[in-house]
Design a protein around this ligand. Sequence first.
Ligand code: ADP
Length: 275
Amino acid sequence: YMPGSNTAERPQSLPDFILVVIQDLTENRRLERMRSDFVANASHELRTPLASLTGFIETLQGPAKNDREAQDRFLSIMLDQAGRMRRLIDDILSLSRIELKAHVRPDSVVDFCEVVRHTSDALSPLAKDLNVTIRLNMPDQAARVMGERDELIQVTENLIENALKYGSEGEFVDVSLSAQSDAAAATGWELSIRDYGDGIPTEHLPRLTERFYRVDVESSRALKGTGLGLAIVKHILTRHRARLDVESEPGNGAVFKVFLPSIIEGEGTDEAAST
Ligand code: ADP
């Protein structure tokens, strides 16, 4: 019954307004499900190194109490397991911080070139350890994009680190940044990171950015992976309206490409670049 309708016909017991709320509960349920799956997976991942630590502590208190050589060996494994727990916690916190900002657009001007050079320098000790050479191919001018510098460093770091870890010993990792137009003719900067390792079987490609998804769990554990790196990359890129493409020919390495749109006139200022 609407106000102004024939009140003479209106039964006294009915209210003036009825508010109908239609909400898509399936989407809510899906998100709820994802959240609880994530908590379950994260707990499981943390429990594994924790169980190992507990086991070694018990051994050190009991059977290995007086065995100096075993003690040294176990302590070094325990340090690795503690490191694994720290990496998992860092990545879980990182993901949750990025999720909180999911709907806030980055608003400073960043030179993507500087980000790539900075990251490549920071990773050069790891490259040296793994006997891989990072080969940079950069444009002459600055690559100005709207972004958050720390997050773009995190994206570049995760992708180059993966190329180093999963690439081939004694080989190159090619990192190039160039001006490009994407399929929709938008202009922007494309960062391409190519390694010459074993590559990724095609059926795994669509799932790589899922949390805790790893192609080969044992090798990824050995290479100190958490399975969260590409999920973090995807979340950051979505917030930057950027795209991630992956191509791989098994046996012939993998290429990860990031496309960041150029700055649109009037977006951002030079002052923002200095923040
Ligand atoms: P992780 O911490 O295990 O490296 P990521 O989320 O960064 O996790 O990557 C997910 C999985 O994708 C990795 O475990 C690995 O199996 C695969 N992967 C990522 N990058 C590469 C690459 N450059 N070459 C081959 N496999 C890769």
